[in-house]
Design a protein around this ligand. Structure first.
Ligand SMILES: Nc1nc2c(ncn2[C@@H]2O[C@H](COP(=O)(O)OP(=O)(O)OP(=O)(O)O)[C@@H](O)[C@H]2O)c(=O)[nH]1
Ligand SMILES: [Mg+2]
Ligand SMILES: [Zn+2]
Length: 335
């Protein structure tokens, strides 16, 4: 038998300790879920298979066991959450408990922007602090993101979010790039709870918060993509992901400091209009970004966080940044 006839195509839905869950599409259109390993050469090439990867699996030996043989070119890839080919990132920011961490949120929006993934900002637990949820909505709407304020407890805002997801899934099917979305946010933000409220058949495990620190308990341990359908039958994937921890973004070195402004979407039209070509957009006279801020067209919270992230990136020499980004073994880079 020719090797190729042993080949099947699928998508990685999860990965745990070198074992991958793959949802295969068979030639008759039916699907099959398998768990398998990846060829050793991926590790050698420093390319780790990621959830969301389109892969070719091949039957090894007598055909009893499959192995991931090839990873198809990626449209996008993110380190946190570690996923490939995402089209949408639903960034869930709790209105309170845990306290909204907008600095981390702004790091994530910049990373997603850089990766070409559309961020949708969801202000969660709106039942607990409506004012804070509105404030989060205002900040990110002003920045040019789609925003929603929702509560998984009262159901507020969930119908609007669900119809946005359905419309995006339908658009994805039409455009030929089906939606692959993920919920992301700090531990305890309510990702698993909200996904289960939106799609009851998921019924994901959820956890409480630590009483003392009001932080989440890292209930969801791995990224997992779930195949879903909209009411009108449009197919898409939605992933639940482990919450970010305080440490996740301390070593923030995803790109160089001079690339940061370009990944703050609301700065875009001002870039290139500053008096100095080497403007850092943090304090200069004649800075078009600061003028936009002063006109109230850029939110103070976003610009303050821009300055903090810029300082963090600046303090790391370029050679060190590159060495850290490249020298980490694949496994560590994925985490
Ligand atoms: N009041 C209120 N509580 C919520 C809401 N959504 C989630 N919670 C609570 O928040 C806590 C954490 O919820 P999870 O869904 O486990 O949070 P998570 O983001 O999945 O957390 P990790 O899996 O640790 O990343 C649970 O006690 C939930 O009951 C909400 O809309 N309103
Ligand atoms: Mg969870
Ligand atoms: Zn400037």
């Amino acid at each position: 038998m020719d090797n190729r006839s042993n080949e099947k195509h699928g998508i990685i839905t999860k990965g745990i300790g070198g074992l991958y869950g793959v949802r295969l599409t068979c030639s008759d259109g039916s699907t099959e879920y398998i768990e398998c390993r990846a060829r050793g050469r991926f590790r050698h090439d420093g390319m780790s298979p990621l959830p969301g990867d389109d892969v070719t699996v091949i039957a090894d030996g007598d055909g009893a066991e499959y192995v991931i043989d090839d990873i198809l070119p990626r449209c996008s890839s993110l380190l946190r959450p570690p996923m490939a080919n995402l089209t949408h990132l639903f960034l869930l920011i709790p209105s309170c408990r845990p306290k909204p961490d907008l600095l981390t949120a702004d790091k994530i929006t910049a990373i997603a922007e850089h990766a070409g993934v559309e961020t949708v900002v969801v202000a969660g637990k709106a039942d607990m602090d409506a004012e804070s949820a509105e404030n989060i909505k205002d900040i990110y709407s002003m920045a040019g993101y789609r925003t929603f304020a929702v509560s998984a407890v009262t159901g507020e805002g969930t119908a609007e979010l669900l119809s946005y997801i359905s419309a995006s899934a339908e658009e994805g099917v039409k455009s030929g790039r089906p939606m692959r979305a993920a919920f992301a946010g700090v531990s305890g933000a309510g990702k698993s709870t909200l996904m289960s409220a939106l799609f009851p058949k998921l019924s994901l495990a959820t956890g409480g918060l630590s009483r003392k620190t009001e932080r989440g308990r890292h209930t969801t341990r791995t990224v997992e993509l779930f195949p879903l359908e909209t009411g009108s039958g449009a197919f898409f994937y939605l992933a639940d992901t482990p919450g970010f921890s305080m440490l996740d973004f301390t070593r923030y070195n995803f790109f160089a400091s001079d690339e940061l402004a370009g990944n703050f979407r609301e700065f875009a039209e001002a870039l290139g209009e500053c008096r100095y070509t080497k403007c850092t957009h943090t304090k200069e006279e004649g800075c078009a970004v600061i003028e936009k801020l002063e006109r109230g067209e850029i939110h103070v919270s976003r610009h303050e966080n821009f300055k903090l992230i810029y300082a963090e990136l600046k303090q790391k020499p370029e050679w060190k940044r590159l060495r850290e980004a490249e020298a980490l073994p694949p496994k560590k880079r994925m985490r």
